[in-house]
Design a protein around this ligand. Structure first.
Ligand SMILES: Cc1ncc(COP(=O)(O)O)c(C=O)c1O
Length: 394
């Protein structure tokens, strides 16, 4: 683990708790990116010699992502980030006037505003699913699960066409029972589509059983997977591949670029490439692969989350021990996101700024206004101690 931590220059000069915003990039991944960039210049950049290299890069990356998600590569589209994975596919679903979207009240503003715009243009209604009020941590996870299922059952209508929910809520830090919900939706007469924002789950918690069962599972490499910014992916279900239309249409979605003016038949790939658009940054693929391989070397996905949970429990207990601090969850968190409030004359933004002066980095969440500190497998006890003692001083 020390070797891995030493490969992360961003961690050498600060105490870092913003993995949920962006994870640090290993030196090895940066090296893989520049080597790939050099190779492209050596072979191309636009020559027949470079195409097999680029095509192998794409194939290798999709197959590694597929392994992480427990699906086959043809269900994976490469994207730029979480939001584009959610939004590109959301717009392509076959909505009819009067359909309803059931979206949780813990979603990210980008996805929420896309849902609102789709609803406006297509005459749909939005229903809100309350998961924000759930405050149990790991000890109450079964009760949370039952509560979420009950709330979803209560929120579904005969016209619900889509349910939108994050796998790991970015504000409370709770894990949603995605597999159970997918089964519940499948048993509804109208079988609503299920879109899952996996921004906080990919690279952090086991995801195979969830990613393989929902319709749209969108994530990025640049948070918990230690990948470079600008590269993400989305896993699509077979029925989305059949029933959704490409949205931001470009040449990458086409099976054949010739005779596109005259060709009357369906021009798009049947697999997830139908949601890919055009030229993108190939060298990032090598960077993400390198980071995912390094992550795999640190242990299995269950070992990873157990190691994260040990750290978040420690942080949660320490925070709880400070009189003026209230963790958002009632018991230790099920993953690495730890949100809390501080009773102080200082505003949350002032607290973040003062901590940064001591090279300690946490963030403010805007709605609700909470402070959030994230821990990953690379977080150390010393970092947690320094954060707590700095908070106590404030
Ligand atoms: C839950 C969630 N969804 C979406 C996003 C947006 O990510 P991106 O910029 O990769 O689209 C974030 C970023 O913090 C997030 O936490």
């Amino acid at each position: 683990m020390n070797r891995f931590r030493n490969d992360l220059p961003a961690l050498s000069n600060k105490d870092y708790f913003n993995y949920g915003g962006q994870g640090p990039l290993p030196k090895s991944s940066l090296h893989a990116i520049t080597s790939s960039w050099e190779k492209i210049q050596e072979l191309g950049p636009f020559t027949n010699d470079v195409w097999p290299f680029i095509s192998n890069e794409i194939k290798g990356t999709k197959s590694l992502i597929a392994e992480f998600c427990g699906v086959t590569s043809h269900r994976i589209a490469l994207t730029e980030n979480v939001t584009s994975g959610c939004v590109l596919t959301l717009w392509g679903l076959p909505f009819s006037k009067g359909d309803r979207l059931l979206i949780s009240n813990c979603e990210h503003p980008g996805v929420v505003s896309a849902c609102k715009e789709v609803a406006k243009r297509k005459d749909l209604h939005i229903d809100i699913l309350d998961v924000l009020s759930l405050r149990k941590g790991i000890e109450g996870s079964k009760e949370n699960q039952d509560e979420v299922i009950k709330t979803i059952e209560g929120g579904l209508t005969a016209r619900t066409k889509l349910v939108v929910l994050s796998h790991l809520l970015w504000n409370t830090g709770q894990i949603m029972p995605i597999e159970l919900i997918a089964n519940l939706l499948l048993n509804q007469p109208n079988q609503p589509y299920f879109l899952v924002d996996a921004a906080q789950s990919f690279g952090q918690i086991p995801i195979r059983d969830s990613a393989s069962k929902v319709d749209i599972y969108a994530f990025t490499g640049h948070k918990w997977a230690f990948g470079p910014e600008g590269l993400g992916a989305v896993v699509l279900s077979e029925r989305v591949l059949l029933e959704a239309r490409p949205t931001l249409v470009g040449w990458k979605a086409l099976t054949n670029e010739s005779s596109i003016y005259t060709n009357e038949i369906e021009p798009f790939h049947k697999d997830a490439r139908r949601f890919e658009i055009a030229t993108s940054c190939t060298p990032l693929l090598a960077g993400l692969r390198c980071s995912l391989n390094l992550l795999n070397e640190q242990g299995s996905d269950s070992e990873r989350i157990n190691s994260i949970k040990l750290r978040s429990k420690r942080l949660w207990l320490e925070l709880k021990g400070v009189t003026s601090i209230n963790p958002v969850l009632q018991d230790p968190p099920p993953a690495g996101l730890v949100s809390f409030t501080v009773n102080s004359k200082l505003s949350p933004n002032q607290i973040v700024k003062l901590l940064a002066e001591e090279s300690i980095y946490i963030r403010v969440l805007e709605d609700p206004i909470w402070l959030r500190a994230c821990v990953h497998i690379t977080s150390t006890e010393e970092e947690i101690e320094r954060l707590i003692s700095a908070l106590k001083k404030l």
